[in-house]
Design a protein around this ligand. Structure first.
Ligand SMILES: Nc1nc2c(ncn2[C@@H]2O[C@H](COP(=O)(O)OP(=O)(O)OP(=O)(O)O)[C@@H](O)[C@H]2O)c(=O)[nH]1
Length: 474
């Protein structure tokens, strides 16, 4: 069985799924154009009911595949042939982006009931099946499942490739952004739902975005794009939301030159060193533990360097996360030891074991920019000398609950740390989820991972598509 790589969210070596995902991602990147076309066209041939049926069939096949997995019957080649391909309209701005369960309540309920009945009959256990292990939690074909299924399908996944963990993650993301969404979207919907978008509505949208901590600059960019469009035509509500989604996605993907963010993936059979930076309390240690967990689950050999030696407690916390994720931690037991020395030891261990991913916890204190810069520079020098062939990346962990305030700290790190991207944590329980857009816009850095909970499974590679769907259509 092919291993699932949680960094790329793909099965390694599965060219079919990779191609499908690439195609879907490309469509997402071009969604602005697509939305333009769909908004300008009266053609209703790609109307919602048609694609709803595709998505329903997809969700049902995914549900059955998961039930089979639970019963210890991995989806067979036959199953996957029978399983529908991703619906053709993976285009994120096309009618599929209006969830079918967002239709009238009764219609939605009827569809759901019919689907549940069909799925229950069709996935009744086969007589020869091995006795199923008792499931830890019920697998429900409910609205949350359908939402997650649509988001996965729209990204080019096949139903037999879906795991429960991914469904759970998407639901968590959706729940995590609940507060932001409630503040932002319901009002947004009522603004755009009043009719064609006019200048007053644009002003209201502006204040809603600011409330969600999207930030002045990013909000201006969104509003400029909306207004430019409005000069050409008035937009009905669905198209306005779709257009807004495409603006947000484009903005989130802009640091990657518009290519969709499909994960930040360590190279196999090579030493990758990821320096994890950020102020204390941002969620650095937790992020390291979660990344180690993802790495191990994806079949990478992994090691952690406890190089935040400033606080003894920090080393203990990293060790606890190492134990949870079953990844060894290299630490120096002495007090206030030199972080560079820990990194030196960790690289030596990684090299002797052929480790593929070394996660380095770095100091987070920020009182003095010069100290921080010197310390990070010293660590970089050690790496360059000791592991010149390693792939080195630097990630900044940012606490989303700080909203705009966190950005000022981030600015300092981005000036000294040569960052490859941001890990945005604590998206659960904040109404400031819009800060993701401010981060990208103000720092010019891509978001690589997002954390939405304290559990080991609560961190995943960032997908602009999933984020915007969870933000505006969850
Ligand atoms: N709700 C929520 N809490 C989180 C998340 N990530 C981290 N936390 C919590 O944030 C607190 C700080 O996390 P740490 O990982 O210890 O932060 P740190 O940056 O290493 O800070 P120090 O330990 O002080 O160096 C802990 O209570 C974590 O459980 C998240 O995504 N959601």
């Amino acid at each position: 069985m092919l291993g699932f790589n949680w960094f790329s969210r793909r099965y390694d070596n599965d060219s079919k799924s990779a191609d499908a995902a690439d195609e879907a991602a490309e469509q997402a990147a071009q969604s602005d154009d697509a939305s333009e076309q769909s908004a300008q066209s009266d053609d209703t041939s790609q109307s919602a009911p048609e694609s709803s049926n595709d998505y329903l069939a997809w969700a049902k096949a995914a549900y059955q595949s998961l039930r089979q997995q639970r019963a210890g019957q991995p989806a067979t080649a036959e199953d996957s042939q029978a399983a529908p391909e991703p619906p053709p309209t993976a285009d994120t701005a096309a009618p599929a982006a209006t969830p079918f369960w967002a239709k009238a309540d009764t219609e939605r309920q009827q569809r759901l009931e019919r689907l549940q009945q069909e799925a229950a009959v069709e996935s009744a256990p086969k007589p020869a099946a091995a006795p199923a292990a008792a499931p830890e939690s019920p697998l429900a074909l409910d609205e949350a499942f359908l939402w997650s299924a649509e988001v996965l399908a729209a990204q080019g996944r096949r139903p037999d490739q879906v795991s429960e963990e991914e469904i759970t993650w998407l639901n968590r993301l959706r729940q995590g952004l609940d507060k932001t969404r409630r503040g932002l979207v319901n009002q947004l919907k009522s603004v755009v739902g009043q009719g064609p978008l006019n200048q007053d509505a644009v002003l209201e949208i502006e204040s809603l975005l600011l409330q969600a901590d999207v930030g002045i600059e990013a909000t201006d960019r969104v509003i400029d794009a909306l207004q430019e469009r409005l000069r050409q035509e008035t937009l009905p509500p669905d198209q306005a939301i779709n257009y807004l989604k495409s603006i947000l996605r484009d903005m989130l993907d802009s640091p990657l030159a518009g290519a969709p963010n499909l994960g930040f993936v360590p190279e196999r059979e090579r030493l990758n060193i990821w320096l994890i930076t950020g102020v204390n309390g941002a969620g650095k240690t937790t992020t390291i533990g979660k990344l180690a967990h993802i790495a191990r689950k994806s079949g990478y050999s992994c090691l952690i360097a406890a190089a935040d030696t400033f606080r003894a407690a920090a080393v203990e916390q990293v060790k606890a996360w190492g134990a949870r994720s079953q990844v060894e931690v290299i630490a120096n037991p002495g007090k206030n030891t030199d972080p560079a020395a820990v990194v030196f030891d960790a690289i030596a261990s990684a090299q002797s074991r052929g480790t593929e991913l070394l996660l380095v916890d770095t100091a987070g204190r920020l009182q003095n920019k010069k100290n921080l810069m010197e310390e990070l520079a010293k660590v970089r020098r050690i790496i360059d000398r000791k592991a010149p062939d390693a792939q080195v990346e630097s990630l900044l962990v940012l606490d989303a609950t700080l909203g705009q305030n966190g950005l000022r700290q981030a600015q300092v790190f981005s000036e000294v740390a040569n960052l490859s991207g941001v890990v945005l944590t604590k998206l659960d329980g904040t109404a400031k989820g819009g800060v993701a857009l401010a981060v990208v816009n103000q720092l010019g850095l891509p978001i690589r991972f997002i954390g939405a909970g304290e559990g080991i499974e609560d961190l995943r590679p960032f997908s602009s598509y999933e984020f915007v769907e969870a933000l505006l259509s969850g």
